[in-house]
Structure formats: structure tokens, C-alpha cells
Design a protein around this ligand. Sequence first.
Ligand code: ASP
Length: 435
Amino acid sequence: MIQMKIVYWLVLISTFLGIYYLGSKTDLKLWGRVIIALALGIIIGFIFGDLAETSKWIGDLFVRLIRMLVVPLIFTSLVSGVVAMGDPKKLGSIGIKSIGLYLITTLFAIIIGLILGTIFKPGNGIDLTGVDPFTSGVASMSVAERLFGIIPMNPFSSLANGEVLPIIFFSILLGIGIIMGGDKTKSLGNFFSAAAEAVLKIAHMVMQVAPYGVLSLVAWVSGTMGLAALQNLLVLTVILYMGCLFHMIFVYGGLIRIFAKLPLKNFFRGILDAQAVAYSTSSSSATLPVTLQCVQENLGVKKTVASSVLPLGATINMDGTALYLGIVALFAAQIFGIDLSFTDYLLIAMTATLTSIGTAGIPSASLFLLATVLSVIGVSDEQTALIVGFVLPFDRILDMARTAVNITGDATVSVLVAKSENEIDEDVFRENAVL
Ligand code: ASP
């Protein structure tokens, strides 16, 4: 065992060195290195199995580094973004457009989930009687609670606790205050703009370690749950991945191509880093700094739009999650022999949309909100616990795909809104070779 561990670490370190070499001696861009790291991570995890657990800390370190930037980045870039806008009315139109688009894309996602779940029947042939009932310990907030909580009682405690929606609320007001102050507050506006610039520079530095973090996290997932998940949840996993790909290519791709009239290749290449980080960390909110960076620097979306649309999206827009909730609802209905009427489908779509809005952007958040969706089709708490217990050990693999979709949806909406508000530098989008 000890020898294997040494071999594992030797392989890992040489892979790291290889990736480092690629970065320093060739002109391979960061996104290229991240993709290579992702692929190698899957292979290394597959070969070394549980041993990959021993290097997970490298991934955790990377996640901590980007999480560190979430609050400073939202706060500084949103305040300076609002100030740069110059006109608070514009904010209203950006807000309405982004929320509208967020809802529409989520509805598409859930419809795709329901169609795939109906055609491919992931629940067929699965027997859940041997699974231990499992009750979740993760607390969740209702949509109503979230709405009320948007207004911070104390903005500083919201900043300290990383509560994204209250931070957004306060930052927008502060930005408007700075605009209204005219010359007197101009220097404060400049301060926030300089601070946002500095935090983005830190994000750049942190991203240099992305390939190593991504590799370690993916190796851990593929090493500790890869094969087992494939055997137990094969159909569910394949359907979810198919749905996610379909949604990304046709819904997001269609929107970017048809409505924004921009080249798809550049879009997907521009957000690859964010997708890889979302895929390996399973957390939209941890990925937010990277999404902000990719969307601004590679897709040319101006700070005014990116800094408001993306943090909002990372909090309320979860298309991959909605798609997943739809599929699992059908999975449950098939396992427990529940006949679904058209009204049931509508109910699932509605609750899945609302639940996805209320889902936190952290790993496996939606798994613990399954009960909300399942209860509308008459699945009991006991039965839900069975499903959660069954899916939980492998949820990471499902979570990775849905999180990548979640952040791709945020990026898509930011491009569409930026395009319609004339807040996009299309030359940057078309060129797209920054990182
Ligand atoms: N992990 C997902 C996210 O961060 C949420 C989920 O569990 O579906 O976007």
C-alpha cells in the first residue's frame, strides 16, 4: 500500500510538472491546460482509485483560494459597475431582462429533463428496498425567506457572512448613492473601480493554480466513486449528462447564435475555464470569480452587466439543477409506481423552477431540496429519504454536470443582456484569446 502511495504521488507530481512545463515553455493557454488537467485527473483517479483521496487537499486549497475572492469581487465590481453605468434606470432594464431570461432558460431546462426522463425511464429495473433511509441535515431556505432576506439588516454582517443577495442589494444602492453624490463622491467611485481591478488581478493569480486544483478534485471523484456510480446509476447519469449537453448546445447555443448573433465557438472557448472549475468544484458560488473573469475578459461583457447579472445568476439561476430535479422526479415516480398526469408534469416544472431558484450554489445543495419537488407528486418523506440515500454517494458526478450548466446559463444571459444593452465589446468576444 505504501509503495502504491509513493507511486501515486510520483505520478501526480510528474503530471503537475508536465502541466507546468506546458504552461511555461509552450504557448498553450490556461484553458487548454485546464482541460488537459481534467482529462488526466479522470484517468489518474480511475487507475489509482481511493488513493486519489490523499491529494484532494490540493483541490480544497484551490477552492478556498477562489472562495476567498467571492465577496470582495461581487462588492467591488458591482459598486463600480453601477457607478460606470451612470444612470440608475439602466439597472432596471438590465435587472428585468436578466431575471426574465433566467426564468425562460430554466423552464427550457426542466422541460428537457422531463422529456428525457419520460423517454429513457431511468427508474426502470431499480430496486430500492435495500437502501438505508437517509435523512438530510442540510438546512434549506424557502423562496419567501430568501426574498425577504434580500434587504440586509446590517450590510457588514452580510459581507462578513458572504450572503450574496443582500450584498447585491446594498452594492447597487451604494453605487446609486455614489452617482447621486456627483463630484463629491467621485473619488469613492474611483476607489471601488481600482479595488475591483485589483481583485481581478488576484483572480488571475489564483487561476494559475487551477489546472492542479482541477486535476486533484477530478481524480478524487473518479477514484472514489467513478466506477461504482456507473454501475448503480448508469441510466440516470447518462440521461443527465445528455440533457446537460443538449441544453448547453441547443438552448444556450441557440440564444447566443440566433439572438446575440455571435460565434458559438468563441463563447464556449471563452468560458471553458469557468466550466472546468464549476465541473470540478460543484459549486456555482465558488466558481463566481472565475465566471466573472472569463465573461469580462474573454467575452467582452462590460463590468456594468457582468457584475450585476453574474452574481445574481450564481444565486438564483440553476438550469442544470432544474433539469436534474425533473429527471429525478420522474425517476422516483417510476420506482414507486406513481402514475403522472399532465397536471403533475406542470406541478413538477413549477416546483423545480422555484426550488432551483432557492438552491444555494454549493455542492449537492439540490439533493437536499428534492423533497420539495417529490412531495408534489405524492412521494412520501420516507420514500424521498430512500432516494436521497441511493443517489447521495454518487451525487457528486451528477452535481458536476449540473453546476457546469448552471454557470454556463449565467454566462449566456450576461452576453444576451450585454448585447441588448450595447455593453459588450464584440471585438474581444470574437478575438477571445486573452487567457
Ligand atoms: N451544486 C450546484 C451549484 O452549485 C447546486 C446543486 O446542487 O444543484 O450550482
